[in-house]
Design a binder for this molecule. Structure first.
Ligand SMILES: NC(=O)c1ccc[n+]([C@@H]2O[C@H](COP(=O)([O-])OP(=O)(O)OC[C@H]3O[C@@H](n4cnc5c(N)ncnc54)[C@H](OP(=O)(O)O)[C@@H]3O)[C@@H](O)[C@H]2O)c1
Length: 231
């Protein structure tokens, strides 16, 4: 296999919801600590999310300042700025994330210090690519207008040596990998709660994609939660 093993790792309600007020409940907050612990225990080479999740967790709505790069020529092809012990991969084809550094700064050592790899397409504004280069942020061009998830995985494998990847939402991004048949394993921290107002589902786009597993494990967590491992 010339791509990483992909483990979908998410916090979910029993009815498959991943966003909503339930995430603020103290019980769920405690179980989120289990989620972060399990993330660290997987000791993956990389984690991957969609632009919306990264905006909420790491860039907090900061806009990229690309004006200075308008019209500037940019070398064609992918940009591998450096190799690192850990990578933070984000699909951001419109170039919306504003960064200040080439690595993540986070209190959790499972996320902190990961070198950022932006996933873009041929249509991503050149000024944004020049902006990424100015910050030594790597990027991979993975399609003409749409992201080709298999090509992305092959590049992560061959250009960065990524062998184990945690796929960590949100529902749009998880769907991309489900539909491409690229989810090898699921790691679900299930909270003991249904929230009728909850929003997004584990897989937001419903067209296609099935998964079946042969090995399942259920580990009780504190506060009535369960860690479900499906392989
Ligand atoms: N419960 C959990 O464990 C968990 C984990 C992670 C996230 N979340 C939550 O999930 C929510 C976000 O989920 P979401 O589904 O709305 O968003 P998301 O998957 O985080 O991000 C979706 C965005 O990523 C980009 N993207 C993803 N796939 C793409 C593709 N094939 N081609 C081009 N661009 C692509 C697009 O960005 P553009 O719009 O810029 O084109 C798209 O709008 C947040 O509230 C977050 O807190 C929950």
């Amino acid at each position: 296999m010339n791509r990483p093993t992909i483990i979908l790792h998410m916090v979910t309600t029993p009815d498959g919801k991943i966003t909503g007020a339930f995430l603020n409940d103290p019980t769920v907050q405690a179980l989120c600590e289990d989620y972060y612990r399990i993330h660290r225990e997987y000791a993956a080479d990389a984690y991957l999310c969609g632009r919306i999740t990264f905006e909420g967790s790491f860039t907090f709505g900061r806009q990229p300042s690309t004006q200075a790069f308008a019209g500037q020529p940019v070398d064609s092809g992918d940009y591998v700025a450096c190799h690192a012990d850990k990578y933070a991969v984000v699909i951001d084809t419109h170039g919306r994330l504003g960064w200040t550094d080439h690595c993540i700064h986070d209190d959790d050592p499972g996320y902190d210090a990961a070198h950022i790899i932006e996933v873009v397409t041929e249509q991503t504004p050149k000024a944004y690519l020049a902006y990424l280069r100015s910050l030594s942020i790597s990027y991979l061009i993975c399609g003409e207008t749409q992201v080709d998830p298999l090509l992305l995985c092959e590049k992560l494998f061959s250009l960065f040596g990524i062998r184990k990847l945690m796929l960590e939402g949100g529902g749009i991004t998880d769907s991309l990998f489900l539909q491409a048949g690229l989810v090898d394993e699921m790691s679900l921290v299930m909270v003991p709660m249904i929230d009728g107002t909850a929003g997004l589902s584990l897989f937001e786009q419903k067209q296609g994609g099935t998964l079946s597993f042969t090995h399942t494990k259920a580990v009780p967590l504190s506060h009535g939660g369960i860690w479900l491992s499906l392989r």
